[in-house]
Every structure is written in C-alpha cells, then in structure tokens.
Write a protein that binds this ligand. Structure first.
Ligand code: ADE
Ligand code: ZN
Length: 326
C-alpha cells in the first residue's frame, strides 16, 4: 500500500455514522432523519448534505468528544495508508467561536493527534476553517481564533460551506488577518460555482491552494493560469461524484487538469458521507485513468510539497514517502 498525503478532510465530515449515533443516543438527541435504513448518512444533494452534516455536529458537545472523534478519524485514515493529514477544524462547531473554549477543543484534538502519531504513525495538522453560509461576521471570529492559535499545529486558515452564499471578497478581512498571523491559506471554490468563483477567490483571498477548484476545467485560460501560478487543487473526486457534480470517475476532470499541468492532489473531503477512503480514491482513479504507481507517487510528492506544515515535519514525512522506507 502506497503512503498517502491527504490535504482536504473535514473533521466532523469524517465522523463515522455509528460514532455520531452513539453520541446522539447518549445525549437523547433525535437524529433518526439523517440516517438511511442501512445506517449511513442520508442526503440527496449538496443542500441536504450540509443540513445532515450540521445536524450530526449537534451531537459533538465537548472537547472529549473531539478527542475521541480525532482518534476515530485518524484510525480510518491510517488504515488507508495516510501518513500525513491536514484537517479542517471549525471554531463554529468547537466552542461556538469563543477563544477560551476553542483553546480547550484544540488542546483535546492535539492530544489525540499526538496519541495517533505515537500509536499509528500518522501526523495531523489543522486548518481553521470558517463557514461561508454562516456569514462574514462569524468568519472574523473564526479568523481571530486561528490567528491566536497559529503555530506548529494550526498551520492554515480556510473557508468551506455553501459557495453559492455571498462572495469571496466578503471574507477578505478574515483571510488578511490569518495571513498576517503567518498562516497558510486555502479556499473552497469552483465546486458549486464556475470559473469566476475561482478567479474571485484567487483575487480577493490570495490562497495558495483551492479546495476542489474542479470547475476550472470549464475555462481553459483559467486552467493555464492555475498551472502557471502553481496553485494547488485539493481535488476530491469521490465527493464530487457522490454529490452529483460528475456522473462517474472516467468523466471527472482530474485527468484533464493534470494533463494540462495543474498541480493536482487527491483527498476524500467527508469520507463516510461519500462511502470513500483514500485507498478507495486511489483504486478508482487507477482504474478510471489507468494510472500506475509512478503517477500516485508523483501526486504524493505534489501533495507533500503543498502541505502547510513546517520544514522539519515535511522532511520527516518525505523520508517516509521514499519507496525504500514505505
Ligand atoms: N463542508 C464539508 N464538505 C464540504 C464540501 N464538499 N463543500 C463545501 N463545504 C463542505
Ligand atoms: Zn471540503
């Protein structure tokens, strides 16, 4: 199994449904409507996905819950061969954007990450993420939490949520604050809106990476610009297919974007929601595009080069990526 680097994973979105059901039972929260008969998360499109996602987060109420969640998620990732992972962490769900509470949640997540590193050999770093449809004011509070806790673990700031709500410029202040605090930047764009949304995110937020960005393929001049500027795309093909953006693996633009010189990386986004894992993504891509080990090793190197961690961590992980060590 190839060692893998994952750059785009929402911590709550990676919560196994049984984990959330367990918490709901314990706390007498009625979540029956969000699960299918077989126990998996139930949604039909992106808006219902977001509703189910947010309903599930209602069960996560304490730092201890996040400690357990982090361990459960990293266990799944490690089982897929992931050795380095960056996860989106949202103060919105971790203490309601209160800085004191956020520090407690972060402490619990870090403790779990340290334990996972010792026990499973997987390294975690965090990207504080605001939620676009919660609006710019809440984003500012999240950015404040990010700036105050920036360091060797919190290495980035980003924006997720409903891309059809508002515009990137509304969040420029938050991104400026995060940049001034020394954080790396990424922004979800070009998933539910087209190329113009990516252009606006690049111009107004100045991120190094774009979350998804897959719809750049609708404008080849933009694709060439991404390639020239070395903007990294955090592609999540299984997520796009499960949410109905593309009909199947063969028609997913990852191959075309890569062929045209864009730096592409592969992630799962919210794996249990989309019945995927990093191993599953690699297997389906190998099948659909006839990609061999060299292609995946190249994707792994691109991903590690684009990781937001410090140089020592990158060097340490790079050693583990080398064929003789993996
Ligand atoms: N949050 C969790 N998954 C997401 C996605 N695919 N797009 C935007 N926000 C998200
Ligand atoms: Zn995402």
């Amino acid at each position: 199994m190839l060692p893998k680097i994952e750059l785009h994973l929402h911590l709550e979105g990676a919560a196994p449904p049984a984990f959330i059901r367990g918490l709901a039972q314990q706390r007498h929260i009625d979540l029956a409507g969000i699960f299918d008969a077989d126990g998996s998360y139930r949604f039909t499109d992106f808006p219902t996905f977001l509703k189910v996602y947010e309903a599930a987060t209602e069960t996560l109420k304490t730092p201890e819950d996040y400690h357990r969640l982090t361990l459960a998620v990293l266990e799944e990732s490690a089982a897929s061969g992931v050795i380095y992972c960056e996860s989106f962490l949202s103060p919105d769900f971790c203490g309601g954007r209160d800085l004191g509470a956020w520090r407690e949640y972060l402490h619990a997540i870090r403790e779990a990450a340290d334990q996972a590193e010792r026990q499973m050999g997987i390294t975690l770093r965090g990207i504080v993420t605001c939620i676009r449809h919660f609006g710019p004011d809440k984003a500012r509070q999240s950015a404040h939490c990010a700036a105050e806790t920036a360091g060797d673990f919190i290495v980035g700031f980003g924006i997720a949520g409903d891309e059809t709500s508002g515009k990137p410029g509304d969040f420029a202040w938050s991104f400026d604050l995060a940049r001034e605090a020394g954080l790396h930047l990424t922004a979800h764009a070009g998933e539910w809106r087209g190329p113009d949304s990516i252009r606006a995110a690049l111009a107004d937020l100045r991120p190094e990476r774009i979350g998804h960005g897959v719809r750049a393929i609708e404008d080849l001049a933009l694709v060439d610009e991404l390639a020239e500027k070395g903007i990294v795309l955090e592609l999540c093909p299984g997520s796009n297919i499960a949410l109905g953006l593309y009909a199947g693996w063969r028609t997913h633009p990852i191959g075309a974007l890569r062929d045209r010189g864009v730096k592409v990386t592969v992630s799962t986004d919210d794996p249990p929601f989309f019945h995927t894992s990093m191993a599953h993504e690699y297997d389906r891509l190998a099948e659909a595009f006839d990609w061999d080990e060299d292609v995946f090793r190249h994707i792994g190197r691109t991903s590690l080069d684009a990781a937001f961690c410090d140089a020592d961590t990158r060097t340490r992980v790079r050693k583990r990526m080398e064929p003789e060590n993996a």
